[in-house]
Design a protein around this ligand. Sequence first.
Ligand SMILES: Nc1ncnc2c1ncn2[C@@H]1O[C@H](COP(=O)(O)OP(=O)(O)OP(=O)(O)O)[C@@H](O)[C@H]1O
Ligand SMILES: [Mg+2]
Length: 212
Amino acid sequence: MGKSLVATTLALSLAHKGCKVGLFDLDFTSPSTHLILGAKDAQPTEDKGLIPPKVEGLEYMSLIYYCGNGAAPLRGADTSNALIELLAVTLWGDLDFLVIDSPPGIGDAMLDLVRLVPDIEFLIVTTPSQLAFETVKKQLRLLQELKIPIVGVVENMKMTEAKTVQEQTQCLGIKFLTEIPYDASVESAIGNPDKLLATEVAKKIMKLSQTL
Ligand SMILES: Nc1ncnc2c1ncn2[C@@H]1O[C@H](COP(=O)(O)OP(=O)(O)OP(=O)(O)O)[C@@H](O)[C@H]1O
Ligand SMILES: [Mg+2]
């Protein structure tokens, strides 16, 4: 949990420190970064492709421009085709970072991203839950088998001092990037990026962005 929130806040933090950043919401199950950003009226423009609108200093694209607010009516090969089409038609500027909020797990969409996005690197967000982390470990092992670079693991919604996730991450030979506390003020900052950047969550992510 917290994948979209971390992806959006990371993109905002990188832009804040002067990088040229794109944010691409490719979560077929529940695109939500537009809600976190409060991106109400922004729409891509068409000119030999789709030019992402600027939202809060980010070049922004989302599946909601493809599927609207309803559930994505896409299954199997349709998902793959939509992903390929969006990757192909989106005209990004000259970016330092393109942050992708990717679909959860290790399904076809993730494998398509690996195949189609050059120089892709994965930053994995997990919760302290042992059960959630078991699934994350499978994803980490698969990425390792495929020799896909992993930036590291972020442990989100931390409420105890437990070091289990940190230790198990390091055991796999993967960098443990940071832990982010559970912060009840985040909910009221959804849709308000200035307020979001003032939360404890954002402070941790800003610190992380300095190291990327
Ligand atoms: N550190 C945190 N403290 C408090 N609330 C948080 C924190 N991180 C995320 N949240 C809240 O938890 C909810 C889920 O977060 P988010 O949508 O980012 O998760 P997700 O992994 O993208 O979920 P999904 O699988 O639905 O895409 C959101 O309401 C978000 O505001
Ligand atoms: Mg999400």
